[in-house]
Design a binder for this molecule. Structure first.
Ligand SMILES: [Zn+2]
Length: 470
């Protein structure tokens, strides 16, 4: 936004640009010819897990054609590292390799980084639309470092002509435009992130002020997504229909989002807005895949009909949802969560999270929202992490229930207690005795039903007991 004093005036820039444009074009051209010798046909190196069929499928050629091009008589005899000529990929030469689609890249930024046209990128990856790509997707790209190609990022500032940006970066605007897939500098967009020759310094579709962007993979039903953006001064976003809440953590901005157990597996957009050092906002969208949790189907359950009466269940569902909705900016937990029961029962689970359930022939529209721990009336219940109690009281379905706020939208819930030993407003510590196991509420016997909520969604508590978030 603000112009610095040491910038060149437009007249000086024009003079300078015209004097270096020819030289730059010559250098650019000669660089393209200065590469090492490469195989004349495109070559793929076999990777672990590949079969002749999977390679044929991936490149859109027949197994026979692939076998013939490589003189293979026994398709079962592939060796990792073996070099296969890929027939039919006209216009390509050199080595190809499989790489994962990173967060913060697009087909456009990767085409630039690897020095191939967007058309070539689409043909290599058999894409009919860039919308098909998602973070974590397996891509085919030319092998080799990006050292001699484009990687170093420059962002055009608001209102800044490409001419000025080019001058500041020691290149000229026509070369800058050509390298970035535009026929003329006037076609470069003000909000575009452009790539210059040099080592990649971060995700190619994100501005230079963002050193890195990551999301936990794989995302599965019942899992917790950790979205991490290095060095954005402020971040906003949405994923799976929920507003994300980013908080500063270490050198990054981090958001946690639970993935609902019944979220349909598929590809969903992660939308982000990042506040740049100059105060402007940069928007970015990328698809993320959500995978099935493969949760088992419990046998049909039959209960007294009034147990399912919405007049009782709905207000209580809403009560718990509103208790776990507030987002406390302070992160109160540190490290992993501890078991809410004694060591002897920590691995005794009569029912696990995610089990699909059908009540009174409802169809499998329900799922088990927590992790059940074995226990008899009077067994100890411990806080899973540091936090503040926001509710401890009686409910009809869930019995005596305690809800603890751990900050950042993370809550734990403890149900069916015979006795509650804390009350709303209490600060508790990980491992602190907070109640006793019971059989209150609608249960068939004493046990602890334990839930973890992350930004409004019940997630699999087992992940939180075995991993450290973020
Ligand atoms: Zn349960």
């Amino acid at each position: 936004m603000c112009q610095t004093n040491d910038r060149l005036r437009p007249a000086q820039i024009l003079l300078w640009v015209s004097s270096v444009i020819l030289l730059s074009l010559l250098l650019f051209k000669s660089a393209a010819y200065a590469q090492e010798p490469t195989p004349e046909a495109p070559v793929y190196r076999v990777q672990s897990g590949d079969t002749l069929w999977s390679i044929a499928l991936r490149f859109g050629v027949s197994v026979d054609a692939l076998a013939e091009a490589n003189g293979i008589s026994d398709p079962g005899q592939l060796v990792v590292g073996q070099e296969l000529i890929i027939p039919g990929l006209t216009g390509f030469s050199g080595y190809l390799e499989a790489r994962e689609m990173p967060l913060g890249e697009t087909e456009r930024s990767l085409s630039r980084k690897y020095g191939i046209s967007r058309d070539a990128f689409a043909r290599l990856n058999r894409l009919t639309s860039p919308m098909q790509l998602y973070a974590g997707d397996s891509l085919i790209l030319p092998e080799g470092g990006t050292d001699s190609l484009l990687g170093r990022r420059v962002a055009l500032e608001v209102g800044e002509p490409p001419l000025v940006a080019a001058a500041m970066e020691g290149t000229n605007p026509w070369v800058l435009a050509l390298q970035n897939g535009a026929a003329s500098p006037s076609l470069l967009l003000p909000s575009d992130v452009l790539l210059l020759p040099g080592e990649a310094d971060g995700p190619g579709a994100l501005p230079p002020s963002v050193a890195d962007a990551q999301v936990t993979a794989p995302l599965i039903q019942g899992g917790t997504a950790v979205i991490r953006v290095e060095a954005a001064s402020e971040a906003q976003g949405t994923f799976l229909g929920r507003a994300l809440h980013f908080f500063p953590f270490e050198s990054a901005m981090v958001a946690l989002q639970g993935v609902h157990a019944l979220q349909e597996p598929g590809v969903y957009p992660l939308q982000m807005r990042l506040r740049l050092p100059d105060g402007t906002w940069f928007t970015f969208e990328q698809a993320l895949p959500v995978y099935a949790g493969d949760y088992p189907y419990d046998p049909p359950i039959y209960v007294p009909p009034d147990t399912l009466d919405p007049a009782i269940t709905k207000p209580e569902d809403e009560q718990l949802a509103s208790l776990t909705a507030p987002i406390t900016p302070e992160k109160r937990w540190d490290g992993g969560f501890v078991s809410p029961v004694d060591e002897a029962y920590a691995d005794c689970w009569p029912s696990r999270y995610g089990d699909r359930r059908s009540y009174n022939d409802s169809g499998y529209i329900y799922f088990h929202t927590g992790l059940d721990f074995c226990g008899q009336v009077g067994y100890n219940i411990y806080a899973a992490a540091d936090g503040v109690v926001v509710f401890a009281g009686e409910t009809v379905v869930r019995g005596n229930m305690t809800v603890i706020d751990h900050g950042w939208g993370v809550y734990t819930v403890y149900m069916h207690q015979s006795k509650m030993l804390v009350q709303a407003g209490d600060t508790v510590q990980a491992g602190q005795l907070i109640g006793l196991v019971g059989a209150t509420g609608r249960v068939t016997g004493p046990h602890l039903h334990f839930e973890v909520w992350v930004n409004g969604v019940q997630v699999d508590p087992w992940f939180w007991l075995t991993n450290v978030y973020p």
